[in-house]
Write a protein that binds this ligand. Structure first.
Ligand SMILES: [Fe+2]
Length: 384
C-alpha cells in the first residue's frame, strides 16, 4: 500500500503499518511521558492494548486514561485534566474515534489553563483568552475514518447541565503529528465503519455547500466525497480491504480540513438529536442527509450538478440526491429518524437547539426554526 508523509494541514504519516512510527512521532512532538487518552469502549480492545504494550516495550513511560463517554461530557475532561496534571505527563496521545480524539485534545489544551473550560467555547475571539504556553503537545492516532478530528483545531464536548454540545477551539489544539494507519480501523464494527464514513461524507458535502469563497476547501471536499462514495461500500463488503480503508481515512482528514469553510443543517440537527438521544453522530448525519439536501436545493442546485458530473453521474441535482439515497440503502442506514429510535417528543426543543447550533450559520439557506422543523418532520416521516 502507498505510504506518504504530508505536511498539510499538519504533519501526517499515512499508510498501513505507520503506527510503528509512534515513538518517533512523540519525539518529534517533544513528548517524553505521554498520557494516552481514549474512550472507555476502545480502551480494552486489542488495538489499544497492543499500542500501549509496544510503547512500553520501547521504554516509553505511557499511561492510559479512558473515562470517556461516547458523547464526551465535561466531567470526562475534568477527570482527565486532573490525571494529566497530577501524573507529571508532558503530552497527550489522542487515540480513537471522535470522542477519544476530541476529549484528548481538550485535555491537552486545558493542561495549563487557569480559567474554566467553557471560557474557551468557540465564540468570537474567546480562544485568545487561553495561555498558549499551557497547551500540551498532541500526537493524534485515529482508529476510525470519519471525524477527521486528528487534523482539527477543536473538540466537541457535551455540557451535561444543559445537554448541549459545545465546541472548544484553539489553533494550537491541532495535533503536532498524526499517524493515519488504516490497519487500526479494521476491527471496527460495521455500524461504526458506516457511521464514521458517513460523517466524513457529511463534512465534505456540507463544506462544499456552505456559502462563501473558499476554492481550496471546495476542491478538497469534492475529492473527499468521491473517495467515500467509491470506498465505503467496498469496506462494508470486505472489512479487510486496507487500500479502501486508507482512502476513507484520507477522506476523513479531508472533510475536517474542508469544513473550516462551514458546516450546515445536517450537523445543526444532528447535534441536538445526538445530545438528547445519545445517537451515533455520523449515523445521525447519514439519516438527515437527503432531507437537508432537498430543503437546501434552491441554493445549491447548480453546485451539486457540477459535483454529480465529477462523480460520473448525470450532471443534475436529482442524480446526486438519488446516489445519496442509494448509498444509504446499500449501507443499511435507517431511512427515517423513527427507524433510528428517535421519537417526536423533543421536536420543539430540537428546533430551538438546531438554530443556535454553531454549525447552523453555514447552511446555504437560512436555517430558520420553521425550516429546521420541516427537515425534522421530513426525516421522521421519510419524506424526501
Ligand atoms: Fe461531524
Amino acid at each position: 500500500m502507498t505510504k506518504a508523509n504530508w505536511n498539510y494541514p499538519t504533519a501526517v504519516r499515512f499508510g498501513a503499518g505507520r503506527i510503528a512510527d509512534l515513538p518517533d512521532a512523540l519525539k518529534v512532538a517533544g513528548v517524553e511521558k505521554p498520557l494516552l487518552v481514549t474512550d472507555a469502549g476502545l480502551a480494552g480492545l486489542p488495538v489499544t492494548q497492543k499500542v500501549l504494550a509496544d510503547l512500553k516495550a520501547q521504554g516509553i513511560d505511557v499511561s492510559l486514561f479512558s473515562d470517556v463517554k461516547p458523547n464526551p461530557i465535561s466531567a470526562n475532561v475534568e477527570a482527565g485534566i486532573k490525571v494529566l496534571r497530577e501524573g507529571g505527563y508532558d503530552g497527550v496521545i489522542a487515540f480513537g474515534g471522535g470522542s477519544g480524539l476530541d476529549t484528548a485534545k481538550v485535555i491537552a489544551f486545558m493542561a495549563g489553563q487557569t480559567r474554566p473550560m467553557w471560557d474557551f467555547e468557540d465564540i468570537g475571539d474567546w480562544w485568545t483568552r487561553a495561555d498558549p504556553q499551557g497547551i500540551f503537545p498532541i500526537v493524534a492516532v485515529p482508529t476510525t475514518a470519519g471525524t477527521g478530528s486528528e487534523v482539527g483545531r477543536a473538540g466537541v464536548i457535551t455540557d451535561e447541565t444543559t445537554h448541549t454540545k459545545k465546541v472548544i477551539f484553539h489553533p494550537l489544539m491541532m495535533p503536532k503529528v498524526v499517524i493515519a494507519d488504516p490497519e487500526l480501523t479494521v476491527g471496527m464494527p460495521k455500524f461504526i465503519t458506516v457511521g464514521t464514513g458517513m460523517d466524513a461524507l457529511a463534512h465534505c458535502l456540507e463544506a462544499y455547500c456552505a456559502p462563501g469563497y473558499h476554492p481550496m476547501a471546495d476542491g478538497i471536499a469534492v475529492e473527499g466525497i468521491r473517495l467515500v462514495f467509491e470506498n465505503l461500500p467496498k469496506v462494508v463488503l470486505d472489512p479487510g480491504n486496507i487500500e479502501a480503508r486508507g482512502h476513507l481515512m484520507s477522506a476523513a482528514a479531508m472533510g475536517a480540513t474542508a469544513f473550516q469553510k462551514g458546516l450546515g443543517a445536517i450537523h445543526a440537527l444532528s447535534h441536538p438529536v445526538g445530545a438528547l438521544y445519545d445517537t451515533h453522530h455520523g449515523m445521525t448525519n447519514a439519516v438527515f442527509m437527503p432531507y437537508v439536501l432537498k430543503v437546501n436545493k434552491p441554493a445549491i442546485e447548480a453546485k451539486i450538478a457540477r459535483l454529480a458530473a465529477y462523480l460520473g453521474l448525470a450532471p443534475s441535482f436529482d442524480a446526486f440526491l438519488h446516489a445519496v439515497v442509494a448509498l444509504r440503502l446499500r449501507l443499511e442506514v435507517p431511512h427515517t429518524l423513527s427507524d433510528f429510535g428517535v421519537d417526536g417528543e423533543q421536536r420543539d426543543k430540537i428546533g430551538d437547539m438546531a438554530i443556535v447550533d454553531p454549525t447552523a450559520g453555514g447552511n446555504p439557506v437560512e436555517l430558520t426554526r420553521e425550516r429546521a422543523l420541516e427537515i425534522f418532520d421530513r426525516a421522521m416521516e421519510g419524506r424526501i
